[in-house]
Design a binder for this molecule. Structure first.
Ligand SMILES: CC(=O)SCCNC(=O)CCNC(=O)[C@H](O)C(C)(C)COP(=O)(O)OP(=O)(O)OC[C@H]1O[C@@H](n2cnc3c(N)ncnc32)[C@H](O)[C@@H]1OP(=O)(O)O
Ligand SMILES: CC(=O)C(=O)O
Length: 540
């Protein structure tokens, strides 16, 4: 039976040392609660001696009850030539009201002489005095040996002396830090093994990701005997980040048989990662291992065909174990298997046989050659499948639209769109202004349709992206427009392609509306008088 591995999350301290990351006190509290729920053992809240926000966080946490985790405050050892009991930073740790503290000290002789500008013996005194003082105050003390691996390689005798000082002063944990993130997994393994043979105290590892090896380093350390991993959720942190606990945890638990959290908590991993990304206002890459949107997305026809027979053929774990899900993408690289699987996934109640699916895939391939892309526009794909299955009613058709733009000397710019549609056998003619041609067109189209289909009033355009497809064509090039629309928290995306950006936008807009009307099960059944009563509409 493999031992438990203790999880120490420093998103709220080392994570905020990542460029562009800034959390409010309330953001920190939200993340702490979520980490606690997930099953993290230690949550490092910040450095109370370093700024008022972190101090406020610890004050706030005095009112918050956690179920599982211990909140820790971070700080340094006392300053050179200052007694621990008189050191401001250590006093701030005590005032934070926590039960556990993590203090970092120098273990690389270069740092002692060149950064601290003190003697090797005085540094040993600082470590020992600081740990002993904090222990005398009844705290759990984690001693973080900063730059331990570089220090050990430069001067192993001194690096070990620092650890021995912390151990004999009573540290509960000694955490070996790969502060510069430059150590390789085989070195981590050897060094942790050696330290394990020299000390009795429990060891932890705190790797950084400068060589993109932090996860491998954390695993190597655990295999060599470390019992705690310190990292951040999503790997945020100074420079290239800290080790990503979101990858460490499933590797340790699902691949190596260590126990980190309960299996039900592990199923919350994807949600945890996305929640923290949202609070940190960070876009997570789709190809993020384990929890990314694409981590279990299958695109190649060969892959999909095999996954449908047995998911193990192209998946290293079951996505449900960590709360992610399998997805099938439809594109020019698809075979009929992709389309049949996607039709099930989209839940659109369309039955296709293999031959029909092959014909639609052929159309998709031709359209992708023209510039369409359906991976990011699943609502347009659904409409294509519904039409092929005879399940899509034509609720309106375009006669024509016109757009006028006027730029006046006072610098104001006006866009006005006029739209003529056939709805319910009648010509509907509307005009609307907007703060750009696409917005004006959107407004005119909705005005024409809203009386028949009131649900359109709740639909919003949430994103609009234009991509030039053939740069050599300059302003005459083809463009692809992707529109994301939303209603009551639900989102869907549609696509349009043309050499004219307005026409491409129209195509995507119309798809977006058609999709909503289909979802709502809209039919043309309203009485004639109601249609005529519409304000601002001219009937011919
Ligand atoms: C590896 C890590 O991630 S360690 C954590 C790094 N995180 C941060 O630095 C974020 C928060 N830091 C801060 O707000 C500020 O740097 C403070 C409040 C801690 C210190 O600010 P200042 O007193 O103005 O000092 P400054 O930041 O310029 O320099 C750091 C000082 O700490 C000293 N120091 C560095 N490590 C240690 C240590 N382990 N023990 C004691 N002192 C240390 C340095 O020698 C330097 O002292 P000096 O001013 O006498 O040269
Ligand atoms: C202490 C710490 O954060 C580090 O060494 O990276």
């Amino acid at each position: 039976m493999k031992p438990n591995v203790c999880l120490y999350d420093t998103t709220l301290r080392d994570g905020t040392q990542g460029e562009g990351v800034s959390l409010s006190v309330e953001d920190k509290v939200k993340i702490a609660l979520r980490l606690d729920q997930f099953g993290i053992d230690f949550i490092e809240g910040g450095w109370p001696g370093s700024n008022p926000k972190d101090m406020a966080f610890f004050e706030r946490m005095k009112e918050v009850k956690l179920q599982n985790a211990t909140i820790t405050a971070f700080g340094s050892t006392c300053r050179p030539l200052v007694a621990a009991a008189d050191d401001e930073n250590l006093r701030a740790l005590l005032e934070s009201g926590v039960k556990a503290v993590a203090i970092f000290g120098k273990s690389w002789d270069l740092h002692v002489t060149d950064a601290l500008k003190t003697t090797l013996d005085e540094n040993i005194r600082m470590v020992s005095d600081s740990v002993r003082f904090l222990k005398s105050q009844g705290l759990t003390v984690l001693f973080l040996a900063e730059h331990f691996f570089d220090g050990y390689k430069a001067n192993p005798v001194y690096a070990l002396r620092v650890l021995e000082a912390a151990e004999s002063a009573g540290a509960d944990w000694i955490v070996l830090c790969d502060t510069n993130g430059g150590t390789l997994p085989h070195e981590v393994y050897e060094i942790v093994k050696t330290v394990k043979g020299s000390l009795q105290v429990k060891l932890g590892i705190h790797p950084h990701n400068d060589c993109e090896l932090a996860v491998a380093n954390a695993i190597a350390a655990v295999q060599a005997g470390a019992e705690q991993v310190q990292g951040t959720t999503n790997g945020i942190g100074e420079r290239c980040g800290n080790v990503n606990l979101v990858s460490v945890i499933p590797n340790l638990q699902l691949k190596l048989g260590y126990s980190c959290v309960e299996p039900e908590q592990l199923q919350q991993l994807t949600k945890l990662s996305r929640f923290v990304a949202e609070v940190c206002n960070m876009a997570m890459p789709n190809n993020q291992p384990f929890v990314g949107n694409s981590a279990f997305a299958h695109k190649g026809g060969i892959h999909v065909s095999a996954v449908l027979k047995d998911p193990k053929t192209y998946e290293h774990i079951e996505p449900e174990l960590i709360g992610n899900k399998r997805r099938v993408l439809v594109s020019e690289l698809s075979g009929q298997s992709n389309l049949l699987a996607k039709t099930d996934e989209l839940d659109i109640n369309v039955e296709l046989d293999k031959q029909e699916a092959r014909e639609i895939i052929q159309r998709i391939k031709e359209r992708e050659f023209q510039g369409y892309q359906y991976e990011g526009a699943e609502a347009s794909l659904s409409l294509m499948l519904l039409a092929a299955g005879g399940k899509l009613e034509q609720l309106f058709t375009l006669d024509s639209f016109k757009i006028l733009m006027e730029k006046s000397a006072d610098r104001s710019i006006l866009s006005e769109a006029t739209v003529k549609l056939q709805v319910n056998g009648q010509l509907v003619h509307t005009a609307a202004e907007g703060n750009g041609p696409v917005n004006a067109l959107d407004n005119a189209l909705r005005k024409a349709l809203e009386t028949h289909f009131p649900c359109l009033a709740e639909m919003q355009l949430t994103d609009y992206k234009v991509r030039v497809l053939d740069e050599s064509g300059a302003t005459a090039a083809k463009v692809r427009v992707l529109i994301e629309s939303g209603r009551n928290g639900e989102k869907w995306s549609t696509v349009g392609v043309s050499t004219n950006v307005i026409e491409a936008s129209w195509e995507a807009l119309v798809d977006s509306i058609r999709y909503l009307l289909w979802k709502e099960g809209c039919k043309l059944s309203e009485p004639e008088e109601k249609v005529e009563a519409r304000a601002g509409i001219v009937n011919h």
